[in-house]
Ligand binder design. Sequence first.
Ligand SMILES: [Zn+2]
Length: 114
Amino acid sequence: MHELSIVASLFEILEEKAKEKKAKKILSVKLKVGALSGVVPEFLETAFDIYKKDTIAAESKLKMEKVPLKIRCQRCGTEIVKDDYVFICAKCNSRELETLAGTELLLEKIEMEI
Ligand SMILES: [Zn+2]
């Protein structure tokens, strides 16, 4: 499960940030998860809950904002939010598409008790 290694590196960042701020504990962690990030949010949550035990984030909650896939057609400029993975412009049938959003996996916010 590759979510485990993602969570492992996430916790390295969390511990570092907590140390920086001299936080007592981490209350919540917010991630942005793109539809094409290759991460399954449910797996990520499970991995997070397993990993957080005995860490500074033991009582924390993981919040995830799912970012839909957004593309722009390079031929006609149409921007489309996709809920499928058909990579053809609906307007001009071009396959020259550029991804604007939806591939990211970002740590957006950490709430800490200082
Ligand atoms: Zn187009």
